[in-house]
Design a protein around this ligand. Structure first.
Ligand code: PLP
Length: 309
């Protein structure tokens, strides 16, 4: 069913598949005007979704927390993303699902009455840092300017587009000749950065922050893989000072996997090469994309959608 008009990506908008270049959301959708939405991003690697069930669980928790009722069942949404990928023919893909509050009709202001909308698309796989960049390692700063928005204002466990603080952090990184930034919370603890969670490896154990962060699926995978090879991992507050003195630092994201940091705040970490533990976990992470229990094969020939009215 692969069709070349979808080779740059396939989207689902308002009940129709279309090439991603033609896909547009209605301008009045409050997902756009108020960022009132949640979304998820799942990868496809070698023709298989990676941990799709975990991504859908997080997505569902998110829309429920925002008190939304998507117009389709979870299983219909799942069929749609299978078909977006199948139509595109992409073997490595970045697949996004979005539920928005929707469009206010006739001046309606009561957000409980809006018809929530569902959108999805599959595009070629996106890397926060390209593989060749990862081999050199990432130059990271701890942002001094932007602080991560308090969790009482925006719940970071509901994946969201409210990136004002993260974008400020990115510009600070560019101004300081770095590649990206990690943000602190009001207590000076490390949270996360634009599109990634973070781990420090120090004195034989991994540490990753417990809250103020998205519960990343790649983060969960690293915790699982570390456990398999007997590396203890503590989910506990991580100060900026602890991060700066770590033996290794790694970033995790669906868009890039396990990514080594080799410079923090202008200081080289260790001998300046990506850390050994980081690189072992990175290798295991990519190998895990063939594990049956974590993958869902895409059928590029047969549509999944027959069941949707
Ligand atoms: N934190 C933020 C703010 C993100 O946007 C993302 C991914 O987009 C992550 C963490 C990493 O989450 P995951 O590993 O599920 O991709």
């Amino acid at each position: 069913m692969t069709n070349s008009i979808y080779s740059k990506g396939c989207a689902w908008i308002n009940g129709e598949f279309m090439p991603v270049s033609e896909a547009a959301i209605p301008i009045a959708d409050t997902g756009f005007t108020h960022s009132d939405l949640t979304y998820d991003v799942v990868s496809v690697w070698n023709g298989k979704f990676f941990r799709l069930e975990d991504h859908l669980n997080r997505f569902e928790r998110g829309w429920k927390r925002l008190r939304m009722n998507p117009p389709l069942t979870r299983s219909a949404m799942q069929d749609i993303v299978f078909d977006c990928v199948a139509k595109s023919g992409l073997r490595e893909s970045y697949v996004e699902l979005i539920v928005t509050r929707g469009i206010p009709l006739d001046g309606e202001r009561d957000i409980r009455k809006f018809a929530n909308c569902f959108y999805a698309f599959a595009i070629p796989y996106v890397w926060i840092a390209k593989p060749e960049h990862q081999l050199n390692g990432i130059n990271l700063v701890v942002a001094n300017g932007a602080q991560r928005i308090p969790t009482t204002s925006i719940d970071p466990t509901v994946k969201n587009f409210q990136w004002g603080d993260l974008v400020q952090g990115l510009f600070e990184a560019y101004d300081r000749d770095a590649f990206t930034a990690v943000l602190l919370d009001a207590d000076g603890n490390v949270t996360e950065g634009p599109g990634f969670n973070i781990f420090a490896y120090h004195e034989g154990r991994l540490i990753t922050p417990p809250d103020g962060v998205l519960q990343g699926i790649t983060r969960a995978t690293v915790i699982d893989l570390a456990d398999e090879i007997g590396i203890p991992c503590s989910i506990e507050p991580l100060s900026a000072a602890q991060l700066r003195t770590a033996d290794e630092i790694l970033l995790t994201s669906t868009a890039g996997g396990v990514m080594p940091v080799t410079v923090i705040d202008g200081q080289t970490i260790g001998d300046g090469d990506p850390g050994k533990v980081t690189m072992l976990l990175r290798e295991m992470y990519w190998e895990a994309h063939e594990r049956v229990q974590w993958t869902s094969q895409i059928n590029y020939e047969q549509p999944a959608l027959e069941s949707i009215a």
